[in-house]
Write a protein that binds this ligand. Structure first.
Ligand code: ATP
Length: 363
């Protein structure tokens, strides 16, 4: 029996609601794969935690994140609770920097039955790799404001930071079957190399690393043009790689083309640690109503199992990850399981129940 210690941080807003469904699905995976055990322990972080304890990321939570096998994160923040300087409470960003979770992995996949914002509901399936700890957001908390006249944030691009995210992107492409349209394995560098030196450097490093992966096609696109291509020809893409802020923006655009944030999972991983959380935030407008879509959280748990399977060389984990994926496919194919964001009337727990039940039918 392999036991994995999962650090569970439900957080604020809809975080606890969608997390309950992901845990339900992990229990179903345990029941169907008797060799697996997930020791899930909850820890606090976020806005409510800050209000009650004066810290948004308690030392005990951070220590658990450092020592557990993986971190399953909900969402944190609350517009009405802020730090004294007015900034938002976002311990997940702190964790990215402190734990060096440099690779943001954002699958953009449309599941059958889920309406796309794009005409014809294309069968979109690509991955955005976002550099997570440098780029423009490296200035988080470190920018300069001079009086009421000038403010400056810097774009930070390092050779080491860029090489490792680009290499990761190529490795992800190696594990995929290529772009939907032509089955060609392809990595696209998304940048603004025509305007910024930092971005020209990013692209130069991209093509340097690409030489290590001769079997994979390479190309580049300016980020502004990319926002158009992602709408016009999404099936051309396989894997994209971008600096932090550009990756952030195109990830949400991508999510919008496959059904929205409620179905968009993500992983933030480093060389030894991994944090898995939905792309959405705390959705305060729908929190407490039982109508949040738990699929992004469930798919984030699935990514966690896939990542753990690779790290621990555990084939059962990989099987369990595939079973969750198949269960989500089955669930979403039936419109009765669609929550309000997808145009349906299903409640959060009903969707979790449907995915959990489907796991038993997929192995
Ligand atoms: P944050 O600053 O924490 O990212 P936000 O309000 O800017 O918060 P989200 O929380 O991601 O951003 O929400 C954006 C919109 O998407 C909201 O209208 C929200 O209700 C909706 N939304 C986000 N996640 C879900 C979900 N899981 N199910 C249904 N709707 C969702």
């Amino acid at each position: 029996m392999a036991t994995y210690r999962i650090i569970v941080i439900p957080g604020d807003g809809i975080g606890p609601e969608v997390m309950a469904e992901a845990l339900k699905v992990l229990r179903a995976a345990e029941a169907n794969f008797p060799g697996l055990r997930f020791e899930c322990k909850e820890y606090r972080a976020g806005a409510l935690c800050y209000k009650e304890t004066e810290t948004d990321l308690p030392a005990e939570t951070l220590e658990a994140c450092r020592t557990g096998d993986a971190i399953l994160f909900g969402s944190t923040g609350d517009p009405s609770i802020r730090f004294p300087d007015g900034t938002e409470i976002a311990p997940q960003l702190t964790l990215r920097f402190v734990l060096d979770l440099y690779a943001g992995i954002r699958p953009i996949k449309r599941y059958a039955g889920v309406p796309s914002a794009l005409a014809g509901d294309p069968a979109i399936d690509y991955v955005i790799m976002r550099e997570n700890v440098e780029g423009l957001y490296a200035s988080r908390g470190a920018g300069v404001k001079v009086g009421e006249q000038v403010a400056v944030d810097n774009m930070v691009i390092t050779r080491q930071g860029t090489e490792r995210i680009v290499r990761y992107a190529f490795r992800i492409a190696q594990g995929r079957q290529g772009a939907v349209r032509d089955k060609v394995r392809r990595v696209t560098c998304v940048d603004k190399a025509n305007v910024l030196k930092s971005m020209a450097f990013f692209r130069q490093i991209f093509y340097g690393v690409a030489k290590e992966f001769p079997g994979i096609q390479t190309e580049h696109a300016y980020v502004d043009a990319m926002t158009m291509y992602m709408v016009q020809r999404p099936l051309h893409y396989d894997v994209m790689v971008a600096e932090n802020m550009f990756g952030d923006i195109i990830s949400d655009l991508g999510a919008g083309t496959v059904g929205g944030l409620g179905v968009a999972p993500s992983a933030d991983v480093g060389d030894t640690l991994g944090l898995f959380q939905p792309s959405h935030g705390t959705a305060p407008d729908i929190a407490g109503k039982g109508i949040a879509n738990p699929i992004a959280q469930i798919l984030s748990a699935r990514m966690m199992l896939e990542w753990l399977a690779d790290r621990k060389k555990d084939a059962q984990l990989a099987q369990a990850a595939r079973a969750i994926e198949a269960a989500v496919e089955q669930t979403l194919a039936d419109r009765r399981n669609h929550t309000a964001d997808l145009g349906g009337t299903a409640k959060t727990p009903a969707v979790g129940d449907a995915v959990a039940a489907a796991i038993g039918r997929t192995d």
